[in-house]
Write a protein that binds this ligand. Structure first.
Ligand SMILES: *Cc1c(COP(=O)(O)O)cnc(C)c1O
Length: 821
């Protein structure tokens, strides 16, 4: 495997030339950041040729294309991944060595483009990687936030949010496309006119508007010359200040348009699985959707004169409800701009839009007050009203005079516009993201819709790209896999099953354990440098990295650490296998309980890590600023994958899959994709505990359970809970963790105590943790399970997920791109 375009000598020359052109520097006096830029432009040069060839092929073939509409794309760094997919990583690494630079440290100069919060945004990024690699035409459509996900700093144990200025040195991979600038209109009023044939025309007046300008970022397929684009939209004021604007009296308007442009793409909302309902957020949604759709329709019309055939060439996938204004916006374009009737527009729209549901959590459901929605998007609101009116006629036909059904399914109800209902009613497909999640949608959350339109519902279990999360993130294990089964797994992960025959092979077991050890050394070094904590690479690396959220139950994990520490203090001579508990998590900036949990983890870490009397047998590490780049290294070094969400709450999870592929064993509940992970690897190679989704839902329907029974009857739990309020981990402020205590025991704040069944699951979790310890003592047994986890991860490639989307929803045409010699 060798990419001729990256011939070493010419590559080195191009890096030097770039340094000269960009910075007037020689390689001797350039900074590392400048080297990163110069290398990236050299790589981009190769990518551009393939990008042009891809465009040419698409021009010729006119294949059906998916537009993946998403508020979030959590891409991670581009340089290393592009080199991996160009199959040029090794050559370029050698070239850089010869120039006197370590490629890994050059990679570290790239900021993570963090245009996403967590799983949902990372899924979008994995999907784009798979689409290019499998040769399918696709656009990712999103927003070019000036500030992506905040950078997390930990100070005195607390999370601080620092603005992420990811564009401050420029982004060498992006291309501005001013020729596709589009005007986006907000607010104002709608005037109705009739044309000579008596047809209504809707004219928006007194609106504010901004220009949307796209930037394209190349998405390189693995070894196939296919390059798709992530198209992210920036906002610019329409009329920049004109000297005479004072005289014309529209100075205020000019200022307003400037402000609108600046604020609209300013920041990514840092909420994961939570809807804040802010006006600016709806503006962001309409901004990028209107721009993406106007462009998609214009592109279609360049080649076709019959707009009715749009669904034959174009499909829009809605990543959660965030892009749902795509539905009324497409109706608007088709009726108001293309002159179609309602029925014609509806026929096209309902064959072109499909919706993915990512959560059943009520606080995440998007609802907009009518007042806000109709003020900001007056024409769009008219269209939603009409969709709702017609849908309710259908509901009444199916369930005559049934107000219950109207209440549960109406798109507009109780003064609110419900985006999920709009997406379900208007799309041709509704998919969940893991089998359990889809079953809960069909049988509980969306039962009424499922009964009315069962044919729309389907499951697409999430996946991850093995190119980033094994080939790039864990090069030693990747090489080992290739040595044993060849390299087909890189584009066909089902091949990785072939590793199973090595599960009992002593040599293979030792090699896999040794690779894990080397990766643990790499992470231990990172922890030493970033946290100043010494961790024992021979201890069990027990890892929970994901967004901080109550339903993900980091609190259960740290309460159990407190319990283990209590036991070690009470029985200093007890048998105990050394453990390193590693956490990484950002909390939404306004999420108090989540931020307090971070403080608790760090407070517990301070006490335990500095206790000389336990001989370093427990260490607790909170890794600052968890993001894609350090995630890659963390998965590679993990022994235990903590996937302990309250059953039914985690729709799928994808972190669970990344751990598995890197040989970690899952410690988890029967939730989300954990169910399917266990099905693939076998329950004996994972540690499953706790309430089932059915049991959780049954308790919820009964109005919860009483955690005081547990508090009163279980000494271990009581001791841990008392330590939250007696100053054990916070002597100066014993009340510091009172809110966490209250959330578990008291209903006085709001709602039920222990909503997420932490105390209910505690004993089962502690017992499962004992099983982990005993399993780890058996090194052969552990190595065997680890190999079987890697071998069982084949299903969880995003390539498999994308193939299912293509076969059952998108029906895209494949393209082949040949490069001239
Ligand atoms: C995979 C990933 C996630 C999602 O993790 P879950 O455990 O599925 O919630 C979040 N953030 C980053 C950086 C990831 O790589």
């Amino acid at each position: 495997m060798y990419n001729k375009a990256f011939e070493k000598e010419s590559f080195k020359k191009e890096v030097k030339d770039n340094l000269k052109i960009l910075y007037r520097k020689t390689i001797e006096d350039a900074t590392k950041q400048q080297i990163f830029q110069a290398v990236s432009y050299a790589v981009k040069d190769v990518i551009i040729d393939q990008w042009m060839a891809t465009q040419k092929q698409i021009e010729k073939q006119d294949p059906k294309t998916v537009y993946y509409l998403s508020m979030e794309f959590l891409m991670g760094r581009a340089l290393g991944n592009s080199l991996i997919n160009e199959r040029a990583f090794t050559e370029v690494k050698e070239a850089m060595d010869e120039l006197g630079f370590d490629l890994n440290s050059i990679e570290d100069e790239e900021p993570d483009p963090a245009l996403g919060n967590g799983g949902l945004g990372r899924l979008a990024a994995c999907f784009l990687d798979s689409l290019s690699t499998m040769g399918y035409p696709a656009y990712g459509c999103g927003i070019r936030y000036r500030y992506g996900m905040f950078e997390q700093k930990i100070e005195n144990g607390y999370q601080l949010e620092v603005p992420d200025m990811w564009l401050k040195n420029g982004n060498p991979f992006e291309m501005k496309r001013p020729e596709y600038a589009t005007e986006i209109r907000f607010g104002g009023t709608i005037r109705v006119e009739r044309d000579c044939q008596g047809r209504e025309k809707f004219i928006q007046e007194n609106y504010q508007s901004v220009n949307a300008i796209p930037y394209d970022i190349p998405i390189v397929g693995y070894g196939n010359n296919v390059v798709n684009a992530l198209r992210i939209w920036d906002a610019e004021a329409i009329n920049t200040f004109q000297l005479d604007s004072f005289d014309k009296g529209d100075y205020n308007k000019a200022v307003e348009q400037q402000n609108l442009a600046q604020t609209i793409v300013e920041v990514l909302y840092p909420n994961d699985n939570h809807n804040a309902g802010k006006e600016l957020r709806l503006k962001q949604q309409y901004f990028f959707i209107s721009a993406s759709l106007q462009r998609a329709v214009a592109k279609f019309k360049e080649k076709h004169d019959d707009i009715h055939r749009l669904p034959e060439k174009v499909v829009f996938q809605l990543n959660d409800t965030h892009p749902t204004v795509a539905i009324p916006e497409l109706m608007r374009i088709l009726m108001d701009e293309e002159g179609l009737t309602w029925n014609e527009a509806w026929d096209i729209t309902t064959r072109a839009c499909a919706y993915t549901n990512h959560t059943i959590m009520s606080e995440a459901l998007e609802k907009w007050p009518i007042e806000l929605f109709s003020r900001l998007l007056p024409r769009i609101y008219q269209i939603v009203e009409e969709i709702n009116r017609r849908f309710l006629i259908e509901v009444d036909r199916r369930y005559p005079c049934n107000q219950e059904k109207v209440k549960k399914m109406a798109i507009i109800y109780d003064g609110q516009v419900k985006m999920a209902h709009l997406a379900i009613v208007s799309g041709f497909s509704v998919n969940g993201v893991a089998r359990l999640h889809t079953e809960i949608l069909k049988n509980q959350e969306l039962k009424d819709f499922y009964e009315m339109m069962p044919q729309k519902f389907n499951n697409k279990t999430n996946g991850i790209t093995q190119r980033r999360f094994l080939l790039h993130g864990n090069p030693m294990l990747a090489d080992w896999v290739t040595d044993h089964i060849g390299n087909d797994w890189i584009t066909d992960l089902s091949q990785i099953r072939k590793l199973a025959i090595y599960a009992d092979d002593k040599k293979a077991q030792q090699e896999v354990m040794n690779i894990k050890y080397q990766n643990k050394l790499r992470l231990a070094k990172y922890i030493r440098e970033h946290n100043g904590i010494e961790v024992d690479p021979r201890s069990i690396f027990d890892v929970q990295v994901k967004r901080l959220h109550e339903y993900k139950r980091q609190l259960l994990n740290i309460l159990h650490v407190m319990h283990l520490y209590n036991q070690l203090k009470e029985h200093p001579d007890m048998e105990f296998y050394p453990r390193t508990f590693i956490f990484g998590a950002k909390a939404a900036a306004g999420y108090r309980t989540a931020k307090l949990t971070i403080k608790l983890i760090n407070a517990v870490a301070d006490v335990i890590n500095n206790d000389k009397n336990i001989g370093g047998r427990i260490k607790v590490v909170f890794i600052e600023n968890y993001r894609v780049s350090n995630a890659e290294m963390i998965f590679a070094a993990s022994d235990v994958s903590e996937q302990i969400s309250t059953a039914s709450k985690e729709a799928s999870g994808t972190g669970n899959m990344k751990f598995m592929l890197n040989g970690a064993l899952t410690l988890g509940t029967m939730d989300g994709a954990n169910v399917e992970i266990v099905e693939e690897v076998g329950e004996e190679h994972a540690f499953i505990f706790g309430l089932s989704a059915d049991e959780v839902i049954r308790f919820e329907n009964q109005g919860g359970y009483n955690p005081m029974d547990i508090f009163n009857n279980d000494q271990d739990i009581r001791k841990v809970l008392m330590q939250l309020i007696n100053g054990y981990y916070s002597p100066r402020d014993p009340e510091l963790f009172r809110d966490l205590y209250d959330s578990l025991l008291n209903s006085r704040n709001c709602g039920r105590p222990d909503t997420y069944f932490i105390l209910k699951d505690f004993k089962a979790y502690a017992e499962a943790q004992k099983r982990v310890e005993w399993a780890y003592r058996n090194e052969e047994g552990w190595a065997r399970s680890s190999i079987l986890n890697i071998a069982g991860a084949g299903k969880f490639s995003s390539d498999r997920t994308i193939q299912e989307y293509i076969d059952e929803i998108w029906h895209l045409d494949k393209i082949r791109v040949e490069m001239p010699e």
